[in-house]
Design a protein around this ligand. Structure first.
Ligand SMILES: [Zn+2]
Length: 135
């Protein structure tokens, strides 16, 4: 489950910072590496900070595992990916660089989807092929 950040609630309780640790299922349609899929959920370790103008800063990381065929030799392999997750949510509409939020609540769904996509490698390589490529 992807939690929401209840900005109004946080302000009312004067809690302008917090941490969010949760897991969510990533959509396999995000992947365009042939014969590769997500092995289990994405683990998110995020923190947030509500700024004076009520925009919300998010930082942290997303961790997930990909498994499937090595893009080079086709043997079964898997790889752990860690993706930085930084973003800014503004009240109302985002400007393309930032995200927007409405009704005092930050919905992280689109942000997480973008951050997972950003962290995806162009292909999956097994250890042997990785070494071979780096020589
Ligand atoms: Zn390989």
């Amino acid at each position: 489950m992807i939690p929401e950040i209840d900005v109004r609630g946080c302000i009312a309780k004067k809690m302008t910072e917090g941490a969010l640790n949760f897991e969510f299922e990533a959509d396999d349609s995000l992947l365009d590496i042939p014969f590769v899929k997500f092995a289990g959920p994405v683990r998110a370790e995020l923190f947030y900070r509500i700024l004076d103008d009520l925009s919300v800063e998010i930082g942290g990381s997303l961790r997930f595992r990909l498994e499937g065929e090595c893009s080079r030799c086709l043997s079964e392999t898997s790889s752990e990916i860690v993706s930085e997750a930084e973003g800014l949510f503004e009240r109302g509409k985002g400007d393309g660089e930032t995200y927007g939020y409405a009704n005092g609540k930050v919905d992280l769904t689109e942000f997480l989807r973008d951050r997972v996509m950003f962290g995806l490698p162009p292909r999956l390589l097994c250890e042997a092929c990785e070494q071979w490529e780096n020589e």
